[in-house]
Write a protein that binds this ligand. Sequence first.
Ligand code: URA
Length: 178
Amino acid sequence: MQKLSAGMTRTNAAPGEGALQPLVIVIGEGPGAEEDAQGRPFVGRAGQLLDKMLASINLSRNSNCFIANVVKCRPPNNRDPYPEETAACAHFLERQITLLKPRFILAAGRVAAQTLLKTTEPIGKLRGKFKELTVGNMTLPFLATYHPAALLRNEDLKRPAWEDLKLLRSMLDKERTG
Ligand code: URA
């Protein structure tokens, strides 16, 4: 049977939105049902939590963040994106990063972190420390944290996610004060 790809079943692509000269680009996994309906990233329950998390460290898609996803179309039934799908969207995401020139990359969740770092290490190992990610001709500081949907499922992840956010804030402050 033919595999149904996200591009064949989506209602709207949700390529990304936010500030055009962002301090931070936040990269999630891919659109869910609400994002598919609206064509906007992170607008469902997880998105509302993401907005609150960002606001707690003075970040917002309205002023200093751009929000994007590894894949731009909703995988049917919210399954993990297929490797062919992340590969199909990789150039799009790379172009978004090189055009927007953010100062930091924040990966939200396992799929984003593993895809961007090209690894299968668990998110628990990848989060919590700055790494460097080379995209096109830029090398940017990169931090991974838990996906807000994971925080909605498991309260225990809230504390480590908060530690990650504080770490990001301290790096942003360091950069500002030089
Ligand atoms: N989860 C994601 O990873 N991205 C979205 O846009 C929405 C939910």
